[in-house]
Write a protein that binds this ligand. Structure first.
Ligand SMILES: C[S@@+](CC[C@H](N)C(=O)[O-])C[C@H]1O[C@@H](n2cnc3c(N)ncnc32)[C@H](O)[C@@H]1O
Length: 212
């Protein structure tokens, strides 16, 4: 497995993983707000809710193997996943476009990108992904879906014109009930999407490849 050997980026990633590992209280506090109404992104404004180190290492290896250059991410949070994608973009001569709804999370994420020395490889678009990802200037090699699950399907459909033969989509939290319409759509189009469940733990992850 290829590993990130950029020490500056690794130092920031280690710091962020350590900080995110102690956030169960913040997550439970956020989730409690969703008991009597629909959970909203601002309920999780203090929580990383990030991918794990092993998921990040898997993504880095996958992106380097496939020489992915045009990388798009839905759901930046404080930027842990983005840093893995950006480390691969740096190696592949590409860039990451990532988007986050909450301005306060964007502010911290941008500082993390600078601290890691990877900010030159990241374009952070603040706002609702449906708006911020309307305009892309090239087709997508790799897409990370890791925002609010009920937007997965509308966002996928919006991004379909930017898919090409071999575009890879990694979907986090794929086991959540709210991701079902999205996965049903993918599985109902076997001529366009080849998909498989990678893991069922941590909310589940799905790997999908687009056929032209
Ligand atoms: C699970 S977290 C992302 C974690 C991040 N990918 C990581 O691994 O470090 C999901 C993020 O999506 C953001 N989000 C939710 N709805 C959004 C929307 N409509 N547009 C952009 N971001 C959104 C949330 O604010 C939250 O920070």
């Amino acid at each position: 497995m290829r590993k990130i050997n950029d020490q500056k980026a690794l130092r920031t990633l280690n710091r962020l993983h350590k900080a995110s590992s102690g956030e169960m209280g913040k997550i439970l506090k956020g989730l409690s707000k969703g008991l009597f109404r629909k959970l909203q992104p601002k309920d999780m404004k203090d929580a990383y809710i990030a991918i794990s180190k092993s998921q990040g290492e898997f993504l880095y290896d996958l992106l380097v193997e496939h020489q992915a250059k045009n990388i798009v991410e839905f759901g930046t949070s404080f930027g842990i996943s983005t840093l893995y994608l950006a480390a691969a973009a740096k190696k592949n001569g590409g860039k990451v476009i990532t988007t986050e709804l909450l301005p306060e999370k964007c502010e911290v994420a941008q500082k993390n990108f600078e601290e890691a020395g990877l900010d030159d490889f990241i374009e952070l678009r603040q706002g609702d992904a449906i708006q911020t990802l309307k305009h892309l200037d090239s087709s997508i090699d790799f897409l990370l879906m890791d925002g609010w699950n009920d937007l997965y399907l509308p966002l996928l459909r919006q991004l379909e014109p930017f898919f090409k033969d071999g575009t890879i989509i990694y979907t986090d939290n794929a086991s959540f009930k709210s991701a079902k319409p999205y996965l049903d759509y993918i599985y109902s189009r076997p001529e366009k999407y080849r998909s498989r469940r990678l893991a069922d733990d941590k909310g589940g992850s799905e790997l999908t490849t687009v056929a032209a």
